[in-house]
Design a protein around this ligand. Sequence first.
Ligand code: NDP
Length: 394
Amino acid sequence: MGKVMIIGAGGVGRVVAHKCAQIPEVFEEIVLASRTVSKCEAIAADLKRPVTTEGVDADNVDELTALLKKHNPELVINVALPYQDLSIMDACLNAGVNYLDTANYEPPETAKFEYKWQWAYQDRFKEKGLMALLGSGFDPGVTNVYTAYLKKHYFDEIRELDIIDVNGGDHGQPFATNFNPEINIREVSADCRHWEKGTFVETPPMSLKQSFTCPEEVGTYNIYRMYHEELESLTKHYPTLEKAQFWMSFGDNYLKHLEVLRNVGMTRIDPVMFEGREIVPLQFLKALLPDPGSLGPLTKGKTCIGCVVKGVKDGKRVEKYVYNICSHEGAYAEVGSQAISYTTGVPAMIGAKMMMEGKWSGKGVFNMEQMDPDPFMDDLNRYGLPWKVVTPGA
Ligand code: NDP
């Protein structure tokens, strides 16, 4: 059906490459490009089909534009870092290529999670007749589609949304993050924001917790309220939402390490002078921590991510919970990555498949909930992330 270029050969890039390679009738040709070409080659060596590998600095718009013109793909799947989102969108506009990512743009110097920079590309993508699909990972991504699916099939109006992300996995390391440590620590150290009565309310990071029991005996975990980017687009596209919150599980050990690291300044993202040169403490910390990719063979257990929605159907109050459970060991056996990379990479592939097949189309910049959720939900069942809808307490 066409050619795709995957940018970023990290944990998520590995999963996307494997999953795209499994569907040659949609992804006829695959180019895998990243800053370090040897990482692309290592992934390519594990695939059953040949893919083209390239080295590229995606911060350099001219260099990336030239690479896109050389290969002329239909779509770029951006699974590099959020810092590259805008330069990759610029290169796509220059070369006339559609765009998809899994995380919103962040300026390197401030941990701000806002869609405003990418929504500002709306007119430029529209004028060029191109589509940009934002946030096609699990959260954001599947959580947006889950919300759209529940709204479409179970509610006349949705009023409350709780997105609950539990990682019941254990990698046995004293301290490690399951995806890029710099991005992960910026996210969990940021002030919390949740939506209440028409506005975002700010509270200190990790200041509210509760206990959550996952279905199917995944276990009971402490979940902490934090800000996550899909709250911004979902509250915009579902203005009937009176309250929307995002919760993530963290173990006591992880939080203790994070508190100490924060107290001693190791999570700072502003440059400091060290032996006559500037370093960013969080980037230095990243260099010391285990590479998330190395956790694949070590991680045991399951993730459980889903959405609880409350609202009204035919005048009656209704509550539904939709979730997926993903096994770390199962993900590793299939593609050589733990479940955090897997649950991000599979939806990135499915979002790309929706665009390549024309099931999702449009001109401009879109969030996931603006598309028909049904074909995406079908493909989650087909390609490794099956889901269930239940009535809590029933
Ligand atoms: P990794 O750090 O493992 O991989 C990122 C890759 O991008 C690396 O291979 C890196 O290259 C490459 N890269 C970085 N900068 C550039 C550049 N300037 N030009 C070209 N390549 C570059 O991260 P993950 O795979 O864990 O995460 C990938 C993305 O997925 C991130 O944006 C993350 O926020 C997002 N994500 C989304 C989730 C969701 O559910 N929506 C969940 C988890 C992650 P090199 O190795 O040479 O440094």
